[in-house]
Write a protein that binds this ligand. Structure first.
Ligand code: GAR
Length: 189
């Protein structure tokens, strides 16, 4: 049976990380998971402990060290998943894992991407602009922030009464439904 090494980078709650790991726990594929976080208070750490998944916290400075790149290369990951990871990866890392790093973004890129556009900030901007649809984008990571080739998008309608929080919930549901399936497709292709 083929085995996979998957690294998940997360900065926050980690609901996507947990959902992906749970999804694959019901499959026959053998996957070695590692969660990396730049935030030692991140909710994702509690989830990793509960799920008994290896995790490591690192600093923003570590991210730019050659030793960090070497560490990642030594793990020979099949895939690197950015799931609510809020720092920009250095180009040296991006270039070392061509087409092996994917990110999820809570809007229909290229709309509402770029610096400062993460989490609830995205949803607030969308509601303020009275958009009638939003959605999720899963894309390959390139050195142009939020601009890599799109793998998957799914839309959701916004009602005129929806608040940013309502939209966040709709987006969360899409992420829970689709992100693991897209990861699976990438792995088995
Ligand atoms: C997700 O909604 C993800 O799309 C978003 O952060 C959230 C992380 O939630 N990512 C970005 O905004 C990236 N620019 P989680 O920690 O519960 O998985």
């Amino acid at each position: 049976m083929e085995s996979y090494q998957i690294i998940i980078f997360a900065s926050g709650s980690g609901s996507n990380a947990e959902n992906i790991i749970n999804y694959f726990s019901k499959k026959t594929m053998k996957i070695n998971w590692l969660i990396l976080t730049n935030n030692s208070n991140a909710g994702v750490i509690e989830r990793a402990k509960r799920l008994k998944i290896d995790y490591k916290a690192f600093s923003k400075e570590d991210l730019y060290k050659n030793s960090f790149l070497k560490y990642l290369v030594s793990l020979n990951p099949t895939l690197i998943i950015l799931a609510g990871f809020l720092l920009k990866l250095p180009e040296t890392i991006i270039n070392s894992f061509n087409q092996r790093i994917i990110n999820i973004h809570p809007s229909l890129l290229p709309k509402y991407g770029g610096k400062g556009m993460y989490g609830i900030h995205v949803h607030r901007a969308i509601i303020e602009n009275k958009e009638s649809v939003s959605g999720i984008t899963i894309h390959y990571v390139t050195s142009n922030y939020d601009e890599g080739p799109i793998i998957f998008q799914k839309e959701v309608n916004i009602d005129s009464s929806d608040t940013a929080k309502d939209l966040a919930n709709k987006i969360h549901n899409l992420e829970m439904d689709y992100f693991p399936k897209v990861v699976e497709k990438i792995l088995i292709k």
